[in-house]
Design a protein around this ligand. Structure first.
Ligand code: FMN
Length: 246
């Protein structure tokens, strides 16, 4: 038990008061237009009192036109800066560090919420049923624009008082769609082999860092149980997870 209550310094220079962390859990408590609600602030006030050293928010969307589920906060610009400040303040009120998890669903978005699905390639979700339409392959310029959106959301998170961001790289959303050869069938700068498939994630990390005032801390959530092909060589994890720490 002593171990759990000792501080922990992460390789990204973030120091946590202890080793208890709340992982990202989609709260679905945003207002209808994707703003922070009073309920969301209240929830984080309560979680702050738990004594955990780290709270990671549920996924916050970088594009209001691309929603994976209803009720997620959307951060595209500074229109809800005050709400975001209240959220960060509530989460930090018990001494925890707080990371905002940022996400784009790509093809994994129900047609009831997202009309025009985009993905690395025009490959639909296997066995997903009629709720998920077949996506359109992203143009290179659109890929750059989405990277810019991640950077913009991170910049605003920093301004609002979050300690860092976590890039959602798991659970079949856009970053993991780029990483996987099953969903990324491109043969250009963004796909074709493992280094080009992980370029999207690494470019997001670079853009996030370049756009922030101080050295914004964070990381990427990867689904270690199902690492995309090309990540594990001689039993060691390669690529994005390592590059993101640089
Ligand atoms: C209700 C719920 C919502 C979740 N939402 C997210 C999310 O927004 N982003 C994410 O990366 N993981 C999400 N997860 C996954 C958790 O962060 C975590 O990885 C998962 O629950 C496995 O951890 P555990 O074994 O400790 O439960 C969610 C899990 C639950 C139960």
């Amino acid at each position: 038990m002593t171990h759990l209550s000792t501080p922990l310094s992460l390789s990204n220079k973030l120091t946590l008061d202890n080793r208890l962390a709340k992982s990202a859990m989609s709260e679905r408590l945003a207002t209808r237009d994707g703003r922070v609600s009073a309920e969301l602030v209240r929830l984080y006030e309560r979680w702050a009192r738990s004594g955990a050293g780290l709270l990671v928010t549920g996924n916050v969307m970088v594009d209001a036109r691309a929603l994976g589920e209803s009720g997620n906060v959307v951060v595209e610009d500074e229109r809800d800066l005050e709400g975001l400040r209240a959220w960060a303040q509530a989460a930090r009120s018990g001494g925890a560090r707080v990371l905002m998890q940022i996400n784009h669903p790509g093809r994994q978005a129900p047609r009831t919420l997202t009309r025009h699905l985009v993905a690395p390639s025009a490959v639909g979700l296997k066995g997903a049923g009629p709720l998920f339409a077949k996506p359109r392959a992203l143009e290179p310029l659109e890929i750059e624009q989405i990277i810019g959106r991640f950077a913009q959301t991170a910049r605003i998170a920093e301004k609002a008082g979050f300690d860092g961001v976590q890039i959602h790289g798991a659970h079949g959303y856009l970053v993991s769609q780029f990483l996987s050869p099953r969903s990324n069938r491109r043969d250009d700068a963004w796909g074709g082999d493992a280094p080009r498939r992980r370029r999207f994630l690494l470019e997001i990390v670079r853009a996030v860092r370049a756009g922030c005032q101080r050295r914004l801390r964070g990381g990427a959530q990867a689904q270690l149980g199902r690492l995309p092909e090309g990540w594990v060589r001689r039993g060691r994890v390669h690529g994005a997870a390592r590059g993101a720490r640089r």
